[in-house]
Design a protein around this ligand. Structure first.
Ligand SMILES: C[S@@+](CC[C@H](N)C(=O)[O-])C[C@H]1O[C@@H](n2cnc3c(N)ncnc32)[C@H](O)[C@@H]1O
Length: 203
Protein backbone atom coordinates (compact mmCIF):
# COMPACT_ATOMS: atom_id res chain seq x y z
CA UNK A 1 0.00 0.00 0.00
CA UNK A 2 1.74 3.12 -1.24
CA UNK A 3 0.27 6.53 -0.51
CA UNK A 4 1.21 10.18 -0.30
CA UNK A 5 2.93 11.13 2.97
CA UNK A 6 0.40 12.60 5.40
CA UNK A 7 1.43 16.10 6.63
CA UNK A 8 1.68 14.82 10.20
CA UNK A 9 3.84 11.79 9.27
CA UNK A 10 7.23 12.88 10.65
CA UNK A 11 5.75 14.43 13.79
CA UNK A 12 3.71 11.34 14.58
CA UNK A 13 6.62 8.96 14.05
CA UNK A 14 9.19 11.10 15.88
CA UNK A 15 6.93 11.44 18.91
CA UNK A 16 5.75 7.85 18.98
CA UNK A 17 6.77 6.19 22.26
CA UNK A 18 5.82 2.66 21.17
CA UNK A 19 8.19 2.15 18.25
CA UNK A 20 9.90 -1.20 18.71
CA UNK A 21 13.41 -1.27 20.13
CA UNK A 22 15.63 -4.00 21.57
CA UNK A 23 13.82 -3.82 24.92
CA UNK A 24 10.77 -5.43 23.29
CA UNK A 25 8.17 -5.77 26.09
CA UNK A 26 8.41 -5.56 29.89
CA UNK A 27 7.01 -9.06 30.41
CA UNK A 28 7.30 -12.62 29.07
CA UNK A 29 3.86 -12.79 27.49
CA UNK A 30 3.59 -14.33 24.01
CA UNK A 31 4.44 -12.05 21.11
CA UNK A 32 2.39 -12.00 17.90
CA UNK A 33 3.38 -10.05 14.82
CA UNK A 34 1.37 -8.79 11.87
CA UNK A 35 3.53 -8.33 8.78
CA UNK A 36 2.06 -5.63 6.56
CA UNK A 37 -0.30 -4.14 9.17
CA UNK A 38 -1.42 -1.33 6.84
CA UNK A 39 -3.49 1.23 8.74
CA UNK A 40 -3.45 -0.92 11.87
CA UNK A 41 -7.10 -1.77 12.67
CA UNK A 42 -6.41 -5.48 13.16
CA UNK A 43 -3.34 -5.19 15.37
CA UNK A 44 -4.94 -2.41 17.47
CA UNK A 45 -8.14 -4.37 18.09
CA UNK A 46 -6.19 -7.56 18.84
CA UNK A 47 -4.13 -5.66 21.42
CA UNK A 48 -7.24 -4.15 22.98
CA UNK A 49 -8.95 -7.55 23.21
CA UNK A 50 -5.96 -9.51 24.50
CA UNK A 51 -4.05 -7.53 27.14
CA UNK A 52 -1.97 -10.62 28.04
CA UNK A 53 -0.54 -10.97 24.55
CA UNK A 54 2.03 -8.60 23.07
CA UNK A 55 1.67 -7.40 19.48
CA UNK A 56 4.13 -6.02 16.96
CA UNK A 57 2.78 -4.35 13.83
CA UNK A 58 5.28 -4.30 10.98
CA UNK A 59 4.79 -2.00 8.00
CA UNK A 60 7.34 -1.04 5.36
CA UNK A 61 5.84 2.36 4.46
CA UNK A 62 6.14 5.21 6.98
CA UNK A 63 3.19 6.96 5.36
CA UNK A 64 0.85 4.04 6.15
CA UNK A 65 2.44 3.25 9.53
CA UNK A 66 1.89 6.85 10.68
CA UNK A 67 -1.87 6.38 10.21
CA UNK A 68 -1.78 3.26 12.40
CA UNK A 69 0.32 5.04 15.02
CA UNK A 70 -2.16 7.93 15.18
CA UNK A 71 -5.00 5.47 15.86
CA UNK A 72 -3.06 3.52 18.50
CA UNK A 73 -2.04 6.74 20.27
CA UNK A 74 -5.65 7.25 21.29
CA UNK A 75 -5.25 4.37 23.74
CA UNK A 76 -2.80 3.77 26.56
CA UNK A 77 -1.65 0.33 25.55
CA UNK A 78 1.50 -1.33 26.81
CA UNK A 79 1.12 -4.48 24.70
CA UNK A 80 1.65 -3.06 21.22
CA UNK A 81 4.75 -1.85 19.37
CA UNK A 82 5.30 -0.73 15.82
CA UNK A 83 8.23 -1.53 13.58
CA UNK A 84 8.63 0.40 10.34
CA UNK A 85 10.69 -1.76 8.03
CA UNK A 86 10.55 -4.29 5.25
CA UNK A 87 10.26 -7.54 7.25
CA UNK A 88 13.26 -8.97 5.46
CA UNK A 89 15.35 -6.31 7.26
CA UNK A 90 13.93 -7.16 10.71
CA UNK A 91 16.53 -6.45 13.40
CA UNK A 92 18.33 -9.41 14.96
CA UNK A 93 17.02 -8.62 18.44
CA UNK A 94 13.68 -9.95 17.14
CA UNK A 95 15.13 -13.33 16.29
CA UNK A 96 13.49 -16.23 18.17
CA UNK A 97 10.99 -13.98 19.95
CA UNK A 98 7.80 -14.51 17.96
CA UNK A 99 4.99 -16.99 18.66
CA UNK A 100 2.56 -16.24 15.82
CA UNK A 101 2.81 -14.34 12.55
CA UNK A 102 -0.34 -12.89 10.96
CA UNK A 103 -0.36 -12.25 7.22
CA UNK A 104 -3.53 -10.33 6.43
CA UNK A 105 -4.36 -9.51 2.83
CA UNK A 106 -0.73 -9.54 1.78
CA UNK A 107 -0.03 -8.10 -1.66
CA UNK A 108 -0.80 -10.94 -4.14
CA UNK A 109 1.87 -10.01 -6.71
CA UNK A 110 -0.11 -11.70 -9.52
CA UNK A 111 2.67 -11.83 -12.11
CA UNK A 112 4.68 -15.05 -12.03
CA UNK A 113 7.94 -13.12 -12.32
CA UNK A 114 7.08 -11.40 -9.00
CA UNK A 115 6.27 -14.61 -7.09
CA UNK A 116 9.33 -14.19 -4.88
CA UNK A 117 7.82 -10.99 -3.47
CA UNK A 118 4.80 -12.83 -2.02
CA UNK A 119 5.09 -12.98 1.76
CA UNK A 120 4.35 -16.72 1.67
CA UNK A 121 7.08 -17.51 -0.86
CA UNK A 122 9.50 -20.16 0.39
CA UNK A 123 12.25 -17.53 0.76
CA UNK A 124 10.10 -15.62 3.26
CA UNK A 125 9.09 -18.83 5.06
CA UNK A 126 12.80 -19.59 5.46
CA UNK A 127 13.39 -16.11 6.84
CA UNK A 128 10.52 -16.41 9.33
CA UNK A 129 12.37 -19.37 10.89
CA UNK A 130 14.71 -16.75 12.35
CA UNK A 131 11.84 -14.97 14.04
CA UNK A 132 9.94 -17.85 15.64
CA UNK A 133 10.58 -18.78 19.25
CA UNK A 134 9.48 -22.42 19.69
CA UNK A 135 7.18 -23.42 16.88
CA UNK A 136 6.44 -21.82 13.52
CA UNK A 137 2.83 -20.61 13.52
CA UNK A 138 1.28 -18.52 10.75
CA UNK A 139 -2.30 -17.37 10.31
CA UNK A 140 -3.22 -15.80 6.98
CA UNK A 141 -6.33 -14.28 5.44
CA UNK A 142 -6.81 -13.21 1.86
CA UNK A 143 -9.53 -12.43 -0.64
CA UNK A 144 -7.27 -13.57 -3.49
CA UNK A 145 -7.80 -17.14 -4.79
CA UNK A 146 -4.41 -17.37 -6.47
CA UNK A 147 -2.50 -16.19 -3.40
CA UNK A 148 -4.53 -18.59 -1.23
CA UNK A 149 -3.64 -21.57 -3.44
CA UNK A 150 -0.02 -20.47 -3.87
CA UNK A 151 0.37 -20.02 -0.12
CA UNK A 152 -1.18 -23.38 0.70
CA UNK A 153 1.22 -25.13 -1.68
CA UNK A 154 4.14 -23.13 -0.39
CA UNK A 155 3.33 -23.94 3.27
CA UNK A 156 2.94 -27.65 2.52
CA UNK A 157 6.12 -27.81 0.41
CA UNK A 158 8.00 -26.11 3.22
CA UNK A 159 6.82 -28.67 5.81
CA UNK A 160 3.95 -26.77 7.42
CA UNK A 161 0.88 -28.70 8.57
CA UNK A 162 -2.49 -27.17 7.72
CA UNK A 163 -4.37 -26.92 11.01
CA UNK A 164 -7.34 -24.94 9.69
CA UNK A 165 -8.34 -24.12 6.12
CA UNK A 166 -11.52 -22.18 5.32
CA UNK A 167 -12.55 -21.06 1.86
CA UNK A 168 -15.19 -18.73 3.33
CA UNK A 169 -14.12 -17.51 6.75
CA UNK A 170 -17.20 -15.37 7.30
CA UNK A 171 -19.39 -18.49 7.13
CA UNK A 172 -17.54 -20.08 10.08
CA UNK A 173 -17.97 -19.16 13.72
CA UNK A 174 -14.27 -18.42 14.26
CA UNK A 175 -13.82 -15.26 16.29
CA UNK A 176 -12.53 -12.85 13.68
CA UNK A 177 -11.21 -9.32 13.90
CA UNK A 178 -11.56 -7.71 10.51
CA UNK A 179 -8.90 -5.69 8.74
CA UNK A 180 -9.44 -2.64 6.53
CA UNK A 181 -8.93 -4.71 3.37
CA UNK A 182 -11.17 -7.46 4.67
CA UNK A 183 -14.10 -5.05 5.14
CA UNK A 184 -13.49 -3.53 1.72
CA UNK A 185 -13.25 -6.80 -0.21
CA UNK A 186 -16.05 -8.62 1.57
CA UNK A 187 -18.34 -5.65 0.89
CA UNK A 188 -17.42 -6.08 -2.77
CA UNK A 189 -18.59 -9.71 -2.60
CA UNK A 190 -15.24 -11.52 -2.32
CA UNK A 191 -15.08 -14.51 0.02
CA UNK A 192 -12.36 -14.40 2.63
CA UNK A 193 -9.96 -17.33 2.70
CA UNK A 194 -8.20 -18.39 5.92
CA UNK A 195 -5.25 -20.66 6.68
CA UNK A 196 -3.80 -21.55 10.07
CA UNK A 197 -0.53 -23.50 9.70
CA UNK A 198 2.15 -24.85 12.02
CA UNK A 199 5.58 -26.43 11.77
CA UNK A 200 8.24 -27.51 14.22
CA UNK A 201 11.16 -25.11 14.25
CA UNK A 202 14.25 -26.45 12.43
CA UNK A 203 17.06 -26.45 14.96
C1 LIG B 1 -2.72 -4.98 0.92
S1 LIG B 1 -2.13 -4.22 2.33
C2 LIG B 1 -3.04 -4.99 3.66
C3 LIG B 1 -3.04 -4.16 4.91
C4 LIG B 1 -3.75 -4.80 6.13
N1 LIG B 1 -3.05 -5.98 6.59
C5 LIG B 1 -5.19 -5.11 5.85
O1 LIG B 1 -5.53 -6.30 5.76
O2 LIG B 1 -5.99 -4.17 5.73
C6 LIG B 1 -0.53 -4.97 2.51
C7 LIG B 1 0.41 -4.15 3.38
O3 LIG B 1 1.61 -4.89 3.58
C8 LIG B 1 2.72 -4.00 3.50
N2 LIG B 1 3.89 -4.83 3.14
C9 LIG B 1 4.06 -5.50 1.97
N3 LIG B 1 5.24 -6.14 1.96
C10 LIG B 1 5.83 -5.90 3.16
C11 LIG B 1 7.07 -6.28 3.74
N4 LIG B 1 7.95 -7.05 3.06
N5 LIG B 1 7.37 -5.87 4.99
C12 LIG B 1 6.49 -5.07 5.66
N6 LIG B 1 5.30 -4.65 5.16
C13 LIG B 1 4.97 -5.06 3.93
C14 LIG B 1 2.30 -3.00 2.44
O4 LIG B 1 3.01 -1.79 2.50
C15 LIG B 1 0.82 -2.82 2.77
O5 LIG B 1 0.59 -1.78 3.69
Amino acid sequence: MRMRNPKYMNDVINNCDFLLDENLFANDNPICMEIGMGKGDFILNMALENPNINYIGVEKYSSVASIAIKKIQEYELTNIKILITDIIKAPEYLYHQIDTIYLNFSDPWPKKKHAKRRLTHENFLRFYNNLFKNKCHIIMKTDNDDLYQFSKDSFINYGYKIMEDYGDLHKTNIHNIQTEYERKFSELGFTIKYLNVEKELDK
